[in-house]
Ligand binder design. Structure first.
Ligand code: B12
Ligand code: SF4
Length: 575
């Protein structure tokens, strides 16, 4: 079913598409747990109206499109009908990006392409491409198991060493809490690279990218220059960094701080990073870098030996120090690992609750194709080979036979963990305001030590003022008396710190109350499913040459040579 890559073809017209919606509903193509939202899917899902409701684009598609010198259209969040309409326009090749739980949608899309446009080549990419034997299971011409930009360049016959360009795109399309939109432009996306060298056995991204890191932005200077251009184009200095372990490359991170200090331009960042990388980098440096949010995998207390990254680290203390510095923490924990039983699992749930992060992600231990965990459980004959891939999303049932968690016990345990975390630690938004308040109380004392700390102190104060608008809404929607009392006390603390709200602040509070009442009605009568809007973007070579790109794209100033084996491996991924 597959053909070899040809590199000598003239320019091709290409469509890159994400899978079709609706998302997060039970139908023949998907499941209601498979929500197209990061927080509501797997983090704040138990928090009702207080849950964070954010939509993220399929970033990889825009990245590839921006880096190809050929006409590429990107179709994000289509409906099935919209996808059919688009493919009928005629393309030389259509790339489908999908993850494992969306396998059946990708298969249907490939079938539709063969039915409506038999001459079009089909390229499968994204994490779903790692499914064993996918080339036989889904109609296709190429399967890209790994990094996509260099593969696509080779596919269209483009020079692989052309500079990498970074598109200026928002990290989120919709960003609401209690039905209230977060004011101002949403943070911009920054993709410094893909993959992680730590290779934790369950980790899809590390294994998919060959347990290596492929950088697109290889130096702190490149990151700074890219940020500066994107920030000027989008009007926000805040970035969501899509990099599995951003602080792992300490040298690059330190150089970024130097560049910001040298140019007096102080961006802020939301990052993913592991405990050992954070500890090596240091919390003071995180403040200097402007990190306001860190996603950390603490995974498990009772199986610490399995995660070298957490060796010798005291999670609760690390979280306390980060929050004291105004850095919100998302702690991630895994449930239903091999050694868990209904009796001992509570110790890990209590551990994750006890670290007192701003928010917690609980995930079921889910072996996904290509990971070490998958291979181990496969050898042991434990993978549920007959469980449809739609169920392989880690938020309901286990995709492997765990003797201690039969039936729906895993699901019940997961639900209970989220609920207990919420009731014990209160809503995530309450905690984020508390972190900002704590951070400002502490960092302002260092404000006179350098220009960087002065700016960071002012930025954290801004956050306190902005988020505190939601305190009356938090009180009105408190999950229990504990949260109500905490919100009252925090409001007093905020007033003592930054003063009473001015007229604008008071009006914003009234507005937030009105919007949240409307939001509660919406949830009650219409349910909580929100579909992302279809986004269609044309990247035309002629437009780009005339400086009229639909999205501003920026050439990274220095080219990162394509030296890693991983990049080379990407080209060997067909046939
Ligand atoms: C952003 C994100 C989301 C967004 C989705 C946005 C969207 N529009 O699809 C949200 C938050 C909604 C989301 C939800 C879910 N996600 Co998600 N998500 C991510 C995340 C954090 C980043 C993806 C990203 O943009 N990376 C940066 C870009 C540049 O990389 P990339 O997408 O991998 O693309 C590169 C290559 O894969 C390749 N490529 C990708 N597509 C294509 C297509 C073609 C044609 C080609 C040639 C190449 C190619 O080229 C790109 C450049 O190198 C990843 C983890 C990660 N760090 O990657 C998880 C991840 C992709 N998600 C995952 C999962 C499981 C889910 C959920 C089921 C929730 C969950 N339980 O975790 C839901 C499913 C939602 C749904 N209905 O589909 C898994 C997939 C596992 C797997 N093996 O399939 C990942 C890997 C997380 C993990 N470690 O488990 N997710
Ligand atoms: S540290 Fe995080 S990103 Fe890196 S391999 Fe482990 S789980 Fe994956």
């Amino acid at each position: 079913m597959t053909h070899a890559i040809k590199t000598d073809k003239p320019r091709k017209k290409i469509l890159l598409s994400g899978v079709f919606g609706p998302f997060g509903v039970d139908d023949q193509w998907g499941r209601k747990e498979n929500i197209m939202e990061l927080f509501h899917n797997q983090v704040t899902k138990a928090q009702g109206a207080a849950s964070f409701r954010f939509h993220h684009r399929s970033f990889g598609l825009y990245f590839m499109a921006a880096n190809l010198k050929t006409d590429v259209n990107v179709l994000d969040f289509p409906t099935r009908d919209r996808f059919i309409e688009e493919i009928k326009k005629g393309y030389d090749a259509i790339g489908i990006s999908f993850i494992t739980p969306n396998y059946i949608k990708a298969r249907e899309m490939a079938r539709l392409i063969r039915e409506h446009c038999p001459g079009t080549e089909i390229i499968l990419g994204g994490h779903g491409a790692a499914i064993e034997g996918v080339e036989e299971l889904i109609e296709c011409d190429h399967v890209v198991k790994g990094e996509g930009i260099y593969w696509m360049r080779q596919y269209i016959g483009q020079n692989l060493l052309d500079p990498i360009v970074h598109p200026a795109i928002p990290s989120t399309e919709m960003q609401k809490i209690f039905g209230v939109s977060v004011p101002g432009p949403t943070s911009s996306l920054l993709v410094p690279g893909v993959g992680c060298v730590n290779a934790c056995s369950f980790c899809s991204t590390s294994h998919f990218f060959g347990k290596k890191y492929t950088s697109y932005l290889g130096s702190g200077k490149e990151i700074f220059n890219t940020c500066r251009q994107i920030a000027d184009a989008r009007g926000t200095d805040s970035f969501f960094v899509m990099d599995e372990n951003f602080l792992k490359d300490r040298e690059r991170a330190m150089e970024l701080i130097d560049e910001m200090e040298k140019h007096n331009r102080f961006f802020t960042f939301h990052v993913f990073s592991s405990s050992e990388a954070i500890t090596a980098f240091g919390i003071d440096n995180m403040v200097r870098m402007g990190i306001s949010f860190a996603w950390i995998g603490f995974e498990s207390k009772t199986d610490q030996g399995a995660f070298e990254k957490n060796d010798g680290i005291e999670p609760k203390e690390l979280v306390r120090q980060l929050r004291d510095a105004g850095i919100s923490v998302l702690g991630s924990g895994i449930l239903c690992m091999d050694h868990h039983t209904p009796e001992n699992i509570q110790e890990d749930i209590d551990f994750m609750i006890g670290i007192e992060a701003d928010t917690v992600q609980f995930m079921l231990f889910t072996p996904l194709p290509v990971t070490g965990l998958y291979r181990r459980l496969q050898k042991q004959g434990l993978i549920k080979e007959d469980l449809p891939f739609e169920e392989w999303h880690g938020q309901k049932m286990l995709n492997w036979n765990h003797p201690a968690f039969p039936g729906d016990l895993a699901e019940q345990t997961l639900k209970g963990a989220f609920q207990r975390e919420f009731e014990t630690n209160s809503s995530t938004i309450y905690r984020i305001i508390e972190t900002a308040t704590r951070g400002y109380e502490n960092i302002r004392r260092k404000a006179s030590s350098s220009e960087n700390f002065r700016v960071r102190s002012a930025q954290i104060k801004e956050r306190v003022l902005e988020y505190a608008t939601l305190l009356p809404v938090i009180k009105a929607n408190a999950v229990n008396e504990l949260e109500y009392n905490r919100a009252v006390a925090l409001e007093e603390r905020v007033v003592a710190l930054v003063g009473k709200p001015d007229v604008k602040g008071r009006l914003m509070r009234v507005g937030a109350r009105v919007l949240s009442s409307y939001w509660n009605m919406r949830l009650k009568f219409k349910g909580d499913v929100i579909q992302p809007k279809t986004i269609f973007t044309e990247f035309k070579v002629a437009d780009r040459e005339a400086g009229k790109s639909p999205l501003k794209i920026f050439e990274v100033t220095e080219i990162t040579p394509m030296t890693s084996d991983l990049n080379k491996a990407a080209f060997a991924a067909v046939d």
